[in-house]
Design a protein around this ligand. Sequence first.
Ligand code: ADP
Ligand code: MG
Length: 503
Amino acid sequence: MAQSFEEISAADFFYRNRDIAGFTNPARAIFSSLRELVENALDASDLSNIPPDIYVRLSQEDGAETEEVAVYKMRVEDNGSGIPPRHIPSAFGQVLYGSKYKLKQTRGTFGLGGKMAVLYGQITTHKPVFIASSTGTPRIHGYKLMIDIQRNRPLIMERKDYLNRERWHGTIVEFCLEGDYYRAKSKILEYLKQTALVTPYANIIFTDPKGMFYRFTRGTAEMPPPPKETLPHPYGVDVENIQRLIRVTPCRNILEFMKTHFHRVGENIARRFLEFSGIREKRNPKKMKPQEVVKLVQMMKRFNGFLPPDASCLSPLGEELLKTGILKELKPAFAAVRQRRPATYSGHPFVVETAIAYGGNIPKRNDIQVYRFANRIPLLYDEASDVSVSVIRSINWRRYKVSPETPIIILTHVCSTKVPYKTVGKEFIADRPEVKKEILNGIREVARQLQRFLTKREYAESQRKRLGIYDIYGPIISRSVGGIVGLPQDEIQNLIDITLKRQ
Ligand code: ADP
Ligand code: MG
């Protein structure tokens, strides 16, 4: 019998393979939905460069409180950039549609997360999503949408404009989904806490289905400098990238082409590269044959005269802000933070930040706790497969005076235009040797600072003990010594004090 063939849409693909986007079961689904909407909200505030105020509300629609799976209504409101009305339907109703397919650091990357939440809500409750958004114009645009999964198109059920007297800007997303809040609760709260840590300039308010109110207040209004969009680095491109550039380039010769479309390639470097590759400077890129394009890419990989990418397209938190976040959310007795210099893997720039927090409110566990972040989002699942965890396991912690009972949390933050995630669910970072090395060095640096702190404390402690002993026996000794040498007791005591302090 002949096979029958058919094509499915992108929405249909993700409908069939929800697992790979982190929508495995009702608990994961409610966690992932909340996380994707909060991340969109935070990206939108980075865009407007205004410290975010985010309100998340989860209320139970259907089902008894004792039941595991129930229908919830999720509402997320932000004060970010807003979405221009013509993009609203596709932004929420068309899988793989988004504004973040650019070479600059954002939390979203796949054009997928928000839609997965909407899609999951739709297939479990068959209700539309409501979106209201304004970019600060005199109108707020409201839409009720569903996704036509087979065609991957938004279905507009209703649209309505509202007057915007206050010139509010931001977005409200509200939809229903089946979920298991009580099983997801601890992860959701952990996620919000870690988000508040790595976004210390955000106010986040969360109301849970029982009306419990969680508030994460900003510790600073200062935001890290926004990332700039960048050009591709010659080490990071392939034949398809070059073909696309050739199609749109206005440049008539390859020298100009190199200078215009690539990151940190100026006249001199372009000349040297073309000489190295044996390509004529006047060669018209539009006339290049396929073999020539392949050769160009190969030569780009071989030439070692390109400058490393700069990090202006990245937006790490910075040591000061990271410390603010740690002090505010973890309240440790000691914290050390470190930002490493920009590095690259396969032509993609990245920056690693590491931190260690010790003591204070940090509980003792029988294992080192790790907080992992990528592009300012916490990664909470699949810890065992993550590069940071394997690095931490490889370190001999005794050298840093850390034992399994030491109450510490280690934080790693990888920022990149292309974080090497292993899945579209953005849960863990793949093991790239370059990234691994930066993480290792970063952790070593903060671990050394902790070691110094612990050594100092140990010394102070032993001094205190020594002086404690002296406090008891000192007066007895000075009295008897005074008696023997014929001096008053306090004079002897003074002499002993001075000697002890000198040691
Ligand atoms: P991604 O975030 O990966 O791009 P999403 O499906 O989560 O994919 O979102 C699609 C697009 O919708 C985003 O790229 C963004 O342009 C827009 N968007 C979603 N939520 C918001 C929001 N709260 N504020 C502004 N724009 C948003
Ligand atoms: Mg997103």
